[in-house]
Design a binder for this molecule. Sequence first.
Ligand code: NDP
Length: 423
Amino acid sequence: EVFMKAIHKFYQKSWQERLAILAQSQLLSDDEIKLFQVNGHQAELFDSLIENYVTDYSLPQGLATNYVIDGHEYLIPMVTEEPSVVAASSNGAGLVKRAGGFQSHITERLMVGQVVLEKVAEPAKLKATILAQEADFLACANEAHPSIVKRGGGARFLEVRILSESEGLLSLDLAVDVQEAMGANMLNTMLEALAQKIRQELGQEVLMAILSNYAVHSLVTVTCEIEPKLLAKGELSGEEVAQKIALASHVAQLDPSRAATHNKGIMNGIDAVVLASGNDWRAIEAGAHAYASRDGQYRGLSQWNYQDGKLHGSLTLPMPVGSVGGSIGVIPLVKANHQLLQIKDAKQLATVIVAVGLGQNLAALKALVTDGIQKGHMHLQLKTLAVKVGATQSEVTSLVAQMEKAGKRDENSARQLLAQIRE
Ligand code: NDP
């Protein structure tokens, strides 16, 4: 009860006060409380980023190698807690590098948001009224955020969709050139200005105004072509592996059960780079899965075809990432990661991220149709298990070797083998 009282208006406390309250709460041991203590300078920074801030939560960052995209080779920071993601990514990219690298294609980069109108008596009539005033609406949006116009961006076009004639629901979609930002806040400001205009001038009720994460005007495509001889594995010829990869890709088009896992593998790579680049991975996830369902059935996001003696890979995704804005200018490591990536703008960052998705996918599919996923994974999983049972850095290698030799993967055996090593 004392604790509940102390936690009242937690958000008004300083982060040091919040820690002191936690320490008194008896929910945590002294050792656990120590885990919450962080560098004061960073804490102040992060306290300004989120609410009720108490500590930093860190995740491992690795660098994927071998990525050659449009003729440039990149070192790609990836943040993930999952073993084998960085290794598989570098491996997939290595194959593509030997085949000449990835190519990217972007036709447009606009962010879209919507003003949803409710209780619309005559949707078709209102649609026509709004479309007739498109120029006026675009000017209103630009006035709400004039600095983007000075940067060469701004509102570009309007669309109106009747969501339900009988329920009187209509969506006004605004497309904006957000230049180097992801643009969520910019869009939201513009959309609220439009909502206000609609209420005042058209006397129409507005349900909400918000950016859409279904960013189909920010599509990025990355492709690659691989000669089968690079794919040979064990007893399987390169042609056989290429055909099996193409078939696996087809299965992900047919079957949502497989498509979800196929896409999860793609997002293993994508999320890790989006996170390292300081972008909003929830936004990218939401857009990716919505795009995977664009024809009404959830399908694999990538396509692999074996044609004319080559394996052709292609991945298209909404990739509305920014090179400025959000936490990008705030978190110091994010700035360093942009420096590592050596990207010149948001479009280039988007191509790198989609290429990682395709590289990740290739590595996963190749493993699945040849050795199976566990072989490559197991070594890294065993390392995690070794750490979990308390192996020190110097003991991990020998414990993993012992476990592999004994063919054991469970925690009990790991403990026993560690005890034997220590005897
Ligand atoms: P910011 O609000 O940080 O806006 C970016 C700002 O950067 C611009 O307003 C602009 O300000 C400035 N800027 C400087 N240089 C440039 C340039 N070359 N091009 C464009 N802008 C530039 O971020 P975003 O609007 O991008 O929004 C991203 C954030 O919104 C993320 O943190 C995301 O998590 C969050 N968000 C996401 C939502 C969603 O996905 N549904 C919903 C709401 C928020 P100025 O022109 O004034 O100098």
